[in-house]
Write a protein that binds this ligand. Structure first.
Ligand SMILES: [Zn+2]
Ligand SMILES: [Zn+2]
Length: 251
């Protein structure tokens, strides 16, 4: 089981590095595609939060669950937008902010923590219920290429070398893997902790969907981008229908 989870974590990490490579190799990655992936991921993740993660967390650990959810939300907010001054998803276009160097380092730190918790959520989900975790994995995978692209473009905008930009995306991929493995260590200490980590990751997923991705989507000039959030919700529905028909009822 742990090997399987590590395998899925690796796929997410590779998608991250792929996003970084695209920027470094200067292959033009159309802005629209980047935005569409963020939209689909946002819709998918929010449907997952409301329809599965929140109710299943309460089923699992009862009245304590909402506190862990709030904590999950708060931790990402702290690391991404309280300590860090300038973090948004998608290609970095604000060169003037990045020239300071401090901005790029803090963006890197914010994304590192974000990616750690992406991996954490995949792993907690899969340990809790493999098929639920598979849905979490898919929600994360949808925004991993744009995420890798974000960090590499931040580093280039801050005038780091291409090699450094690539290594930065690899480091963010590594953070995802650290998040995956952290659940194994926590579960070893205390089995009960998986339920709490699962509730915590419901809060993380809420933050990623509603506070990382949706603001980016709403800033877009492309009218299709916000509409695709509903597409993400539909994709989630189709995903659960498919899981149900392949493996029977998943819970
Ligand atoms: Zn910017
Ligand atoms: Zn992410």
């Amino acid at each position: 089981m742990e090997l399987t989870i590590i395998g899925y974590g690796l796929i997410a990490a590779v998608a991250e590095i792929l996003g970084g490579s695209l920027v470094v190799l200067r292959k033009q990655w159309p802005r629209a595609v980047q935005e569409y992936l963020l939209s689909l991921s946002a819709g998918f993740i929010l449907a997952l939060v409301f329809l599965e993660l929140v109710p299943k967390s309460i089923d699992a650990i009862g009245a304590g669950a909402p506190l862990y959810m709030l904590l999950g939300y708060a931790v990402l907010h702290l690391f991404e937008h309280t300590i860090v001054g300038h973090l948004h998803f998608g290609e970095e276009t604000h060169r003037e902010v990045m020239v300071s160097g401090v901005a790029s380092v803090s963006t890197f730190a914010g994304l590192f923590v974000h990616a750690f918790f992406d991996g954490f959520a995949i792993s907690a989900g899969m340990q809790f219920n493999f098929y639920l975790g598979l849905l979490v994995f898919f929600a994360v995978l949808l925004h991993k290429i744009p995420e890798g692209l974000t960090i590499a473009s931040v580093m280039l905008a801050a005038e780091y070398r291409k090699r450094t930009a690539f290594l930065a995306s690899a480091a963010i991929g590594l953070a995802t893997m650290l998040g995956v493995v952290s659940i194994f260590l926590l579960a070893e200490i205390d089995e009960q902790i998986v339920g709490k980590a699962f509730a915590f990751s419901a809060g993380i997923a809420t933050y990623v969907g509603a506070s990382d991705l949706v603001p980016e989507i709403n800033r877009s000039n492309n009218r299709i981008t916000p509409v695709l959030v509903f597409g993400g919700m539909l994709l989630f529905y189709l995903g659960t229908v498919m899981l149900d028909s392949f493996v029977g009822h998943i819970y």
